[in-house]
Ligand binder design. Structure first.
Ligand code: CO8
Length: 336
């Protein structure tokens, strides 16, 4: 069933911009307290959006007053050890971290306990100046159970996490931004943080889908691997992208940069390219051209790697000269 047709009780689902899915937690009376049925719907909607080819990025938000004020205390209060252990309570609450598309949390108001942990499960957090974060579980005689001690420690360091977990003190959007937990605090105003997150999601959705997925996978690897392993993983993923259509399209996109038909004509007519089987003969395939009109120099990157030498077109006194790598071809020169 399409994500547009499903009806939910605890969340709202919309598509506010091309390629963007927006999930709004919708339990206003309980300040979006996270109960099991809410999480079931949230997981279902996220999985659907992840599988939807029209969607490139997702925004997750709450209300102006509360992103989510924590796990539902009323639901938890009568649970026993046997209950929670046997039914693996909370285990499926972090299913969203397995999604391949990026999720941006747009946080206004309270993001406490499970609410803070939910934001930390997202890939990017944008905060309104009104956002209040915290891990107050200690006040209830428990500790964070949705990844708070682990993800927060990785985001802001051990000492701060220890302080916040053991005192239960709330912290502000400004503190979260200065510690690097949120990527930024947006300007004041109701709905601004969602607006900003949707706009960011739109930008991400406009990029190559495979490249975005690969970027997310590579950044996430930084949390799991040693530097050496992480760099190797990044390189493998990077290399893999050369087999994709996105990469080819990206390179073709760069060609539009140059837009000088005379340059293309000269390149195509270039006898050197015919003689040497390149260097300008394949210009239409992979080339990117970086014009520097001030120096009247055009560098043509004729291969998708940084390791190849570049062809150069130099315009001097109304004449165009060609060189390849470090070597000039003195005889090759055209009147423009
Ligand atoms: N659970 C259930 N109901 C809640 C919760 C909650 N966490 N938070 C607020 N509510 C309800 C209140 O009971 C109240 O409902 P009612 O009117 O029916 O009594 C309604 O929301 C409005 O709340 P308040 O009247 O208290 O509103 P205030 O503006 O006075 O206060 C606060 C707002 C400060 C946010 C306050 O409601 C509060 O302190 N809430 C509890 C915060 C908290 O302790 N959160 C941590 C919960 S434990 C937890 O999250 C464990 C994590 C487990 C892992 C999760 C993985 C993702």
């Amino acid at each position: 069933m399409s994500t547009q047709q499903k009806q939910y009780e605890y969340i709202l689902l919309s598509r506010p911009a091309p390629g963007v899915g927006l999930i709004t937690l919708n339990r206003p009376k309980a300040l979006n307290a996270l109960c099991t049925p809410l999480f079931k719907e949230l997981n279902e909607a996220l999985v659907d959006l992840d599988a939807d080819d029209e969607i490139g990025a997702v925004v997750l938000t709450g209300s102006n007053r509360a992103f989510a004020a924590g796990a539902d205390i009323k639901e938890m209060k009568d649970k026993t050890y046997a209950d929670v252990y046997k039914n693996r309570f909370l285990e499926n609450w972090s299913e969203m971290t397995a999604l391949s598309k990026p999720v941006i949390a747009a946080v206004s108001g309270y993001a406490l306990g499970g609410g803070c942990e939910l934001a930390l499960m997202c890939d990017i957090i944008l905060a309104s100046p009104t956002a209040v974060f915290g891990q107050p579980e200690i006040n209830l005689g428990v500790i964070p159970g949705g990844g708070g001690t682990q993800r927060l420690a990785r985001a802001i360091g051990k000492s701060r996490t220890m302080e916040l977990t053991l005192t239960g003190r709330n912290f502000s959007a400004a503190e979260a931004a200065s510690w690097g937990m949120v990527s930024r605090v947006v300007e004041e105003g109701e709905g601004k943080v969602v607006e900003e997150a949707v706009s960011m999601a739109g930008v991400i959705a406009s990029k190559g889908r495979l490249a975005v997925q690969a970027g997310k996978e590579a950044v996430n690897a930084a949390y799991e691997l040693t530097l050496e392993e992480g760099l190797k993983t990044e390189r493998r993923i990077f290399h893999g992208l050369f087999a994709t259509h996105d990469q080819k399209e990206g390179e073709h996109g760069c060609i539009e940069l140059w837009g000088h038909s005379w340059l293309m004509r000269v390149a195509q007519a270039c006898p050197l390219s015919q003689r040497r089987g390149n260097p300008l003969g394949s210009i239409h395939r992979f080339a990117t051209v970086k014009p520097d009109p001030r120096k009247q120099l055009y560098t043509i990157h004729n291969e998708p790697t940084a390791y190849r030498r570049h062809d150069m077109l130099r315009i001097e006194g109304g004449r165009l000269n060609l060189s390849y790598g470090y070597y000039d071809y003195p005889g090759i020169s055209y009147t423009m």
